[in-house]
Design a protein around this ligand. Structure first.
Ligand code: AN7
Length: 360
């Protein structure tokens, strides 16, 4: 007989390392425990001796890493008696907030930039029944409104300025160390608000402090070139990128992310939209892994820095793929417009011909 217990989410798994009590009601959708997939074809393609793993966060319940933070943030909001949560979002946070609010039986208000969130994220947030407030402004404008309004209304902010978000998200680093038996040499992440890079660094640092692992990775944060305040060294007022998830110019975790960079001996760099989309397509077409554009920024950066030698051969690298490719069907179809499927007669001969013509 097996004694294995059912997986019931990351708070249950890591409760000893999270700010919860035995009496706390965990608001969970079974998030976390996502696959760490070793790339097989891309390292061969680039001719480099590197072990690249991707942490596929697109397999969380709402399709992004935000679920890790949201399970904690909503658990604590409910524990503190909150009846409503609020966030500004480029899409994924709103979907996660909406889902966990439903699970908890409280209300969710989400501020999103009109016309600038990917279709799948909008569909999710609508279906979960959140109160959607579209603004004529970008994420940064929404974020500053959320901070203001929280002083005037009984709502808990669940953006990553909520420290419980970071607590939940740090568990991704725990999972990686638990699985590899060590921390990677390099950890590559897309950076928007910089909550996630802050969370990973906290997770690795806590494990290292407790002797669970000996090393901590070099943290490599990659931004979209049109939304790259960490590379410019100052806030960006009109961020622009095809990777709408990271269309953020005023990151909230500015100091904490610089701290992760400095302590780990890491760096920030900017990737063009072309580099980001090329990496997204490579993952799909060479590995069978479909992530959203923003997520591929981590691999785009890793490939650049493996290519130029900043990341040494022989290294173990983890790239976080923050969100599922299904989140943004429009950008995927746009990129594949030259390979639109042909339509043929519904006959055996026609199908046979279509197969034989394309076997080469
Ligand atoms: C797929 O949903 O900020 O650096 O409002 O959705 O922790 O902000 C999303 C961010 C990377 C950047 N990849 O993470 C939001 C939001 C994806 C994302 C990021 C986001 P942070």
């Amino acid at each position: 007989m097996t004694t294995q217990t059912r997986y019931t989410g990351l708070i249950a798994r890591y409760q000893d390392r999270l700010p919860v009590a035995s009496s706390t009601r965990f608001i969970s959708l079974g998030e976390g425990n996502t696959p760490l997939i070793q790339l097989q074809n891309i390292p061969r393609l680039i001719g480099k001796n590197v072990d690249i793993y991707v942490k596929y966060e697109g397999l969380n319940p709402t399709g992004s890493f935000k679920d890790r933070g949201m399970t904690m943030a909503v658990t604590k909001a409910v524990e503190d008696g909150s009846q409503a949560i609020i966030c500004a979002s480029t899409g994924n946070t709103s979907a996660a907030a909406a889902a966990y609010a439903v699970r908890a039986g409280i209300k969710a208000f989400v501020l999103i930039p009109e016309g600038k969130i990917a279709l799948g994220k909008l569909a999710q947030t609508l279906m979960y029944g959140a109160e959607i407030i579209q603004i004529n402004g970008n994420f940064d404008a929404g974020m500053s409104l959320v901070k203001e309004v929280a002083d005037h209304a009984p709502v808990t902010i669940v953006n990553s300025i909520n420290p419980f978000r970071i607590e939940g998200q740090k568990t991704a680093a725990f999972e990686i160390v638990d699985e590899l038996g060590r921390a990677p040499d390099y950890h590559c992440l897309p950076v928007g608000n910089a909550g996630n890079i802050t969370a990973y660094w906290k997770g690795y640092s806590e494990y290292a402090a407790d002797g669970v692992c000996e090393n901590r990775p070099v943290m490599c944060g990659y931004q979209a070139a049109g939304a790259a305040p960490f590379i410019k060294g100052e806030m960006v007022d009109e961020p622009e990128t095809v990777a709408t998830a990271i269309r953020i110019g005023h990151p909230q975790s500015w100091d904490k992310a610089w701290n992760a960079q400095k302590e780990s001996g890491g760096w920030f760099d900017a990737m063009t939209d072309e580099q980001i989309l090329a990496a997204q397509k490579m993952l799909s077409q060479y590995e069978g892994i479909f992530c959203e554009p923003a997520s591929a920024t981590s691999l785009a950066g890793a490939l650049q820095d493996i290519g130029n030698g900043k990341i040494a051969e022989g290294s173990t690298i983890v790239c976080t793929l923050t969100g599922n490719g299904l989140k943004d069907p429009d950008s995927a179809i746009m990129q594949c417009k030259e390979t639109h499927p042909v339509t043929i007669d519904a006959s055996l001969d026609a199908v046979k011909k279509a197969i034989l013509d394309n076997m080469a």
